[in-house]
Write a protein that binds this ligand. Structure first.
Ligand SMILES: NC(=O)c1ccc[n+]([C@@H]2O[C@H](COP(=O)([O-])OP(=O)(O)OC[C@H]3O[C@@H](n4cnc5c(N)ncnc54)[C@H](O)[C@@H]3O)[C@@H](O)[C@H]2O)c1
Length: 252
């Protein structure tokens, strides 16, 4: 039985990695997809893949840092499908690896604007729409770096800690209105972004894998499965939660 048949779902950062895998997973649950990304060709390819498999999908070009584009994105979802049931606010950047005192203002601003302000802007317009309909489910992508510090990644960790503060506060504010808001916190997942974390250096990759109790990277599909569950009725009593999908990283 499909778990999200006919539900209208928006995924940001849907052209690659975790976002793409999650959009495909929602489509397998027979949801109607809006895929947003700043990269047009990647996003269109992902939407085409869903349509070729018999699903419903549209691609919307949007930069999550830009309030006008985010508002237009939500308007376009509603113009296309008439409502918005679920949103996965996932677009993000790694930024540069640098210790705090060496972090440039440009790197700080870009990381916070994409990973934190971007999630807030998306939630702002998604929640307004969901309130008009009487409910919905939102999942934000944080990280294990939203729960612990990461050496050399302070701007990234600050952005991901911020996402959890935003998730929990909004979950309290809208619980009675029927909008559930949760976050996923992956550790290293095999996507193009993982290359940024390792710099393509096999020794760094080995070091990162040695910190994973399960001894491997996660797959984008394993994160997708958690997002689908959080959006489904099976998670009807779950809100304000930070769900680690981390191969045991945080249990150490
Ligand atoms: N891969 C990992 O190891 C890992 C671990 C923990 C958390 N995450 C988080 O998961 C999310 C997805 O990462 P991924 O690994 O799939 O990365 P990815 O680089 O494969 O995909 C990110 C997507 O987001 C899009 N994007 C970037 N900036 C955007 C913007 N301003 N507006 C719209 N789209 C934008 C990119 O074009 C890309 O398609 C990110 O928030 C990331 O921080 C990743």
């Amino acid at each position: 039985m499909p778990r999200l048949e006919g539900k209208v779902v928006l995924v940001t950062g849907a052209g690659s990695g975790i976002g793409k895998a999650t959009a495909l997973a929602f489509a397998r649950e027979e949801a109607f997809l809006a895929l947003a990304d700043v990269e047009i060709s990647r996003g269109e390819d992902a939407a085409d893949e869903i349509i070729a498999a018999g699903g419903r999908a549209v691609f919307l070009k949007a930069d999550v840092c830009n309030s006008e584009q985010v508002k237009n994105m939500i308007d376009q979802v509603v113009d296309t499908y008439g409502r918005l049931d679920c949103a996965f606010n996932n677009a993000g950047v790694a930024g540069d690896q640098t210790r705090t005192a060496d972090c440039t203002e440009e790197n700080w601003d870009r990381t916070i604007a994409t990973n934190l302000k971007g999630v807030w802007l998306c939630m702002k317009y998604e929640i307004s729409q969901m309130l008009k309909q009487g409910g919905g489910a939102i999942v934000n992508t944080s990280s294990v770096a939203g729960l612990v510090g990461l050496w050399g990644w302070s701007a990234y960790a600050a952005s991901k800690h911020g996402v959890l503060g935003l998730t929990k506060s909004a979950a309290l504010e809208y619980a009675k209105a029927g909008v559930r808001i949760n976050a996923v916190c992956p550790s290293i997942v095999n996507t193009p972004m993982a290359e940024s974390f390792t710099g393509g250096d096999p020794r760094v990759q080995e070091h990162i894998l040695a910190q994973q109790p399960l001894g491997r990277m996660g797959t984008p599909e394993e994160v997708a499965a958690a997002v689908i569950w959080l959006c489904s009725e099976e998670a009807a009593f779950v809100t304000g939660h930070a769900l680690a999908v981390d191969g045991g990283f945080l249990a150490r």
